[in-house]
Design a protein around this ligand. Structure first.
Ligand code: NAP
Length: 253
């Protein structure tokens, strides 16, 4: 624990955020800490999560959701968990199916789908034992729609959504709520990762429209986690005003 005292107005609850080193995960960690949670941050870029943990009075630990041993080490350190935010994920490439890069597909499935499964499965007993657990999974509008060049990502996000929604059915009667948040465009490092560090290509994605920012999603995470325990927000779909579907926005008409 970087700050054993936790946040000043601690609510005595532990929130785990995967992929907390940038974008939505980092914003969610800040928001949950403000709400009084002691936040456990996981990601591969340990320097970033250590700095953020120091800032918010949380705890940082290396986590690679694609590596079973890393997930085991990460989850074994947690005695108690009240909230799990399955956020680690992303996209690689925008190739049509005819030119699909199998390594990119594997990365997307391993990270978004199998990674979410690994962490969720490992933490389920602790979430249940808390007596009031909450799992928030950040899927995407790509979990609901398809778009040209997006099959690797949309298929992974559909599968991640199906995993989450199935668990919602399977956990009925247990004290665990499940919320799926499906965002449209959010300006984070997402496009930089998708286009392998090509900043010009990443910036072009957001030209001519106003995307959401990570804090817009973090506010929804904070709102979800502050509902009374008998209220389950099942699915939240949120897009920029300028984007009606994944295939069509004001830029592309
Ligand atoms: P981002 O800034 O690129 O953040 C992605 C996070 O995932 C990083 O913290 C990264 O940390 C982590 N991550 C990636 N691979 C990982 C692994 N193997 N193990 C652990 N952590 C890993 O992008 P973002 O927009 O905030 O994305 C967060 C989530 O929102 C993703 O699931 C994404 O699919 C989803 N989403 C994004 C958008 C959007 O438009 N931005 C829209 C809908 C849904 P490290 O690299 O340090 O490990």
């Amino acid at each position: 624990m970087n700050n054993p005292g936790g946040s000043v107005n601690s609510n005595g609850k532990i929130a785990v955020v995967t992929g907390a080193s940038s974008g939505i995960g980092a914003a969610a960690a800040r928001a949950l800490a403000r709400d009084g949670f002691t936040v456990v941050l996981g990601a591969r870029r340990i320097d970033r999560i250590e700095a953020l943990a120091d800032e918010i009075g949380g705890r940082a630990m290396y986590l690679d959701v694609t590596d079973a041993a890393s997930v085991d080490r990460f989850t074994a350190t947690l005695d108690e968990v009240h909230v799990l935010v399955n956020n680690a994920g992303g996209a690689k490439g925008l190739a049509p199916v005819s030119e699909a890069n199998l390594e990119d597909w594997r990365w997307m499935w391993e990270t978004n789908v199998v990674g979410t499964l690994r962490v969720t499965k490992a933490l389920l007993p602790k979430l249940e034992a808390s007596g009031d657990g909450l799992i928030i999974t950040i899927t995407s509008t790509a979990a609901l729609e398809v778009y040209d060049g997006g099959a690797g990502y949309t298929s992974a996000k559909h599968a991640q959504g199906v995993l989450h929604r199935t668990l919602r059915l399977e956990l009925i009667g247990k004290p665990i709520r499940l919320t799926e948040i499906c965002p449209g465009m959010v300006e984070t490092e997402f496009s930089l990762v998708r286009f392998d560090g090509d900043a010009d290509r990443a910036d072009a994605v957001y030209e001519g429209l106003q995307p959401m920012v990570a804090d817009d999603i973090a506010e929804l995470i904070s709102f979800t986690a502050s509902r009374p325990s008998h209220v389950n927000l099942d699915q939240i779909v949120v897009r920029p005003r300028d984007q009606a579907t994944s295939r069509r926005n004001i830029k592309t008409g």
